[in-house]
Write a protein that binds this ligand. Structure first.
Ligand code: IPE
Ligand code: IPE
Ligand code: MG
Length: 244
């Protein structure tokens, strides 16, 4: 009972995920890496469904990093094509489910076709409010901080924590409560460097295409058991009188 109650109040409002492990999943099956990325899109579709069902309000996923351009050309072009196809196929259903899409990242270097697809998907879902889905594409935390500082400088505005935070690519949502990384690596890889300052981090060994509902719930459970202190002492966060 207490556990159920605790779970109900500690569902994270904003979950962010580094969707890692597609290539290894494919290699284990003697498939090309792109087959892993394709299966990864299926996992993301499911994670959106589980997030909606659990009342999560914001889901932010890392789909393509500033550094991923350094991969072999055929993998990069395969990922661009996959994005274009996923947009065409998934947006209508996402929109029906009440999902609002955003694509934080540097669009200036994307092909006109992909950049236009991102703009159209954002416009088509702008009226939805059940779940915000941020798909970080050609995104890097350092790029984000630099572009925010540049925007403020151009407008002649002072740089403060509040103004910089307000100029970041994720200024439309609160900071992530929980950051999950699949695929076994224990690093941020330039994801949400500013916004993850006080996020709870949970790492899963599961490769992204094999990430399932039970593993998602395990991450939520681990999150629910953490005490977030934001610099305070444990006693300040939970006074002894109310601990039982
Ligand atoms: C994550 O999977 C997807 C992208 C970075 C685009 P990877 O492609 O990095 O998979 P691994 O880490 O090689 O298994
Ligand atoms: C991070 O994964 C980027 C995405 C999931 C899109 P990577 O596979 O690129 O990270 P590193 O290179 O192993 O740190
Ligand atoms: Mg990887």
């Amino acid at each position: 009972m207490a556990n159920t109650l605790n779970q109900a109040v500690s569902v994270p409002g904003h979950v962010a995920i580094v969707m890692d492990g597609n290539g290894r999943w494919a290699r284990q099956r003697f498939l090309p890496r792109l087959a892993g990325h394709r299966q990864g899109v299926e996992t993301l579709r499911e994670v959106v469904r589980w997030s909606l069902a659990r009342g999560i309000r914001v889901l932010t996923v890392f789909a393509f990093s500033s550094e991923n351009w350094k991969r072999p050309a055929d993998e990069v072009s395969g990922l661009m094509g996959l994005m274009a196809r996923a947009l065409a196929r998934e947006v209508p259903e996402l929109s029906r489910a009440g999902v609002r899409l955003h694509f934080p990242g540097d669009r200036s270097v994307l092909s006109a076709n992909v950049a236009e697809g991102l703009c159209q998907a954002e416009a088509a879902t702008a009226g939805n409010d059940r779940l915000v889905l941020n798909v970080c594409f050609n995104y890097g935390g350092r790029w984000d901080i630099a572009q925010a500082a540049q925007a403020l400088a151009q407008r002649g505005e002072p740089i403060t924590e509040a103004s910089l935070g307000g100029a970041l690519a994720l200024a439309h949502v609160p900071d992530p409560d929980l950051v999950i990384r699949t695929g076994g690596e224990v690093r941020l890889s330039n994801f949400l460097l500013w916004q993850a300052a006080y996020s709870e981090l949970v790492f899963s060994d599961r490769l992204w295409p094999a990430f399932d509902e039970a593993e998602f719930d395990r991450a939520l459970q681990v999150y629910a058991q953490r005490q977030r202190r934001f610099g305070l002492t444990p006693e300040q966060v939970q006074p002894a009188s109310s601990s039982h």
